[in-house]
Design a protein. Sequence first.
Length: 91
Amino acid sequence: MKLTTEAKKEIFQTSGFSKSATDTGSAESQIALFTARINHLTDHLKTHKKDFSTRLGLLKLVGKRRRLLNYLTKTDIERYRAIIAELGIRK
């Protein structure tokens, strides 16, 4: 699933992390985008259980999001806690 620019703007507007509507560079924005893609792929894999190439892509996305979250914990723990609470990511 490729996110269109309209879908990205909607994600940024619903989550209050971005500095502007086109802010795709901040860690919070990237984590929000990765979370949207992860949720979509998870729903896809619930119906297509043997789609192993999609499963590999999902695991790579989860790893990227985890690395960004680790970066946020090291730099600014309050931003990390805010995004975890907003997106419902558990750790």
